[in-house]
Design a protein. Sequence first.
Length: 175
Amino acid sequence: MSTQSKAKTSKESLIIMTELVLPNDTNVFGNLMGGRLMYWMDIAAALAAGKHCNAPVVTASVDNISFENPIKLGNVVHIEAKVSRAFNTSMEVHMRVWGEDLTQQYKYKSNEAYYTFVALDPNRRPRVVPELITETEEEKRLYDGALRRRQLRLILGGKMKPEEAGELKAFFIKG
Ligand SMILES: CC(C)(COP(=O)(O)OP(=O)(O)OC[C@H]1O[C@@H](n2cnc3c(N)ncnc32)[C@H](O)[C@@H]1OP(=O)(O)O)[C@@H](O)C(=O)NCCC(=O)NCCS
């Protein structure tokens, strides 16, 4: 692993992706297919992670996603992606996704999601990433919550024992 470089702000990793829902992107109901949206989200999140660490990244995991509203054919998709926390070699990316009807002039939420990326060195081994600096209240809230989300995904991925997940346990068992 290479040495860690200078810490960067969450804002520096910001990516905003805009797409138009075309017929080939839709399901039989004329709404954007979930798989297509997750593909776009993967690219937006990978760009945010890559911007933070300036190295090639791979998707390590995708947290559960609930699609709150369908995005319709002809509508616009906006994906806003930002690194919410950097760990050692991995980064959590937070995304907000919304649809927009330009003719009717309204915006609606699709989902919020977290993807995790790992930075790789030229030998394709995980490499250390820069620390993340938070500035806004929201960035701090996302940063704090990232520790328990990380523990949950590592447990589900078979990489951590539930008894080692102190932060997660404290979240569910108060007092
Ligand atoms: C992700 C990957 C690089 C992890 O490699 P590994 O040899 O297991 O490395 P480690 O166990 O040392 O973990 C490296 C980092 O990945 C994180 N990680 C591993 N599995 C994870 C998971 N399921 N969810 C979130 N993070 C995970 C670890 O927490 C660690 O992060 P840290 O250094 O910040 O603590 C490796 O599993 C891989 O290449 N997977 C395939 C990635 C890919 O091809 N993605 C596209 C999908 S087709």
